[in-house]
Design a protein around this ligand. Sequence first.
Ligand SMILES: Cc1cc2nc3c(=O)[nH]c(=O)nc-3n(C[C@H](O)[C@H](O)[C@H](O)COP(=O)(O)OP(=O)(O)OC[C@H]3O[C@@H](n4cnc5c(N)ncnc54)[C@H](O)[C@@H]3O)c2cc1C
Length: 408
Amino acid sequence: MSGLVVIGASYAGVQAAISAREAGYAEPIRIVSDEDMLPYQRPPLSKAYLLDGVAEDKLIIRGDKYFADKKIDLVLGEKAIRIDRTGKRVELQNKPALAFDRLVIATGSRARQLPSAAGLQNIFYLRSLADALALKAQLSTAAELVVIGGGFIGLEVAASAAKLGKKVTVIESTRRLIERALSPVLSEFLRDIHKNHNVTIRFSETVTGMTQNGAKAEIHCANGDKLNADLVLVGIGGIPNAEMAADAGISVQNGIMVDAFGVSDHSEVLAAGDCTSHFNALVKRNIRLESVQHAQDQAKSAGSAIAGKQVVYDAIPRFWSDQYDAKLQMVGLSEGHDAHAIRGSIADNKFSVFLFRDGKLVAIDSVNRPGDQLIGRRLIAGGAMLSPAQASDDSFDLKGLAGTLAPE
Ligand SMILES: Cc1cc2nc3c(=O)[nH]c(=O)nc-3n(C[C@H](O)[C@H](O)[C@H](O)COP(=O)(O)OP(=O)(O)OC[C@H]3O[C@@H](n4cnc5c(N)ncnc54)[C@H](O)[C@@H]3O)c2cc1C
């Protein structure tokens, strides 16, 4: 048996398999996952799940029956250890190798490790449900939490812990939160809502070392300060799981390099999701994204390509985050923006920041204004002629402007 083999059973792997089937691919499909459970949602792990807002069984994306109906076989709890590209086989840790005609690599990304935390107790990273289970158990008895890294996952865990009444400190090495992905207005907004929930954020601070101090972890800061914590969450970014692809001779540069159809530099091997790098027309360079929307949209193109249907992946990047009562949504890429306009009211926690580069709308960061995101996608994709003055004028008809553009 050969057909399609997919490595990784999360958003990208599952979507690629489904899209291949839906586009008419009739050969066998097998998805290998090193996690011993049905595919599940990751975003709630740092949010509702830690607050008992969602039960484990509600995290499952698709049940057994769904896969059986689609004739997609899941090989769970089994790690792919080597891709034999010329022999067209994926070697597994414990089971016989799987032969393939086409391969999709959807291995995602893993948490970057902090070397000084190695071997200490009560240090947590958050990527999987197993990580979240362990973190949640420890959080129930911890009084003081230190989060290293003020990125999305770190801040979401900080917000959840603060809601649970924990004393929370965030250590961030730069001068503002999520500097690379967010506008300064949104960084400041986030700083303020965390401050209002008694979370201390130490900016421009680096961790130089860590030691065990009884049951606590002691964090040594570059300025000489020492912080003690019952629990440390390290959220310092992700690394693409792309080594196996590189070892198989597939081009990897900060992710498996794929074209607009998810195809690598070897036509029988495709890839999608967090583990890939692709050319993005908005910033005119290769980028690697970590978001559910990206994983699913790119996998739709990869799955369709396997069935011989060309679906270009050129979706405008989207991301969301929930912290306290703020629903953050971002569309576009704000990198290099040189002007901005605010629509709505920061004081009321309902606003959008429209970001422009060279007079062109390139991104919108919103807080509790989902409508702006929906319209914004069309405005960015369609290259709308919108000025900052119009964007900040709440009476200016954005929907009407979007209606004049070609559909996405
Ligand atoms: C706590 C948390 C909160 C998040 N919140 C948001 C959010 O609010 N909004 C948003 O858009 N995104 C969010 N994300 C990011 C989003 O979850 C990821 O971008 C998305 O899961 C990527 O999907 P993927 O399929 O590419 O990879 P992953 O979801 O990382 O899945 C890859 C899978 O492949 C498996 N695998 C890896 N190597 C092998 C191997 N050799 N053999 C077999 N299996 C293997 C992995 O174990 C994993 O199951 C969050 C992520 C986390 C961890």
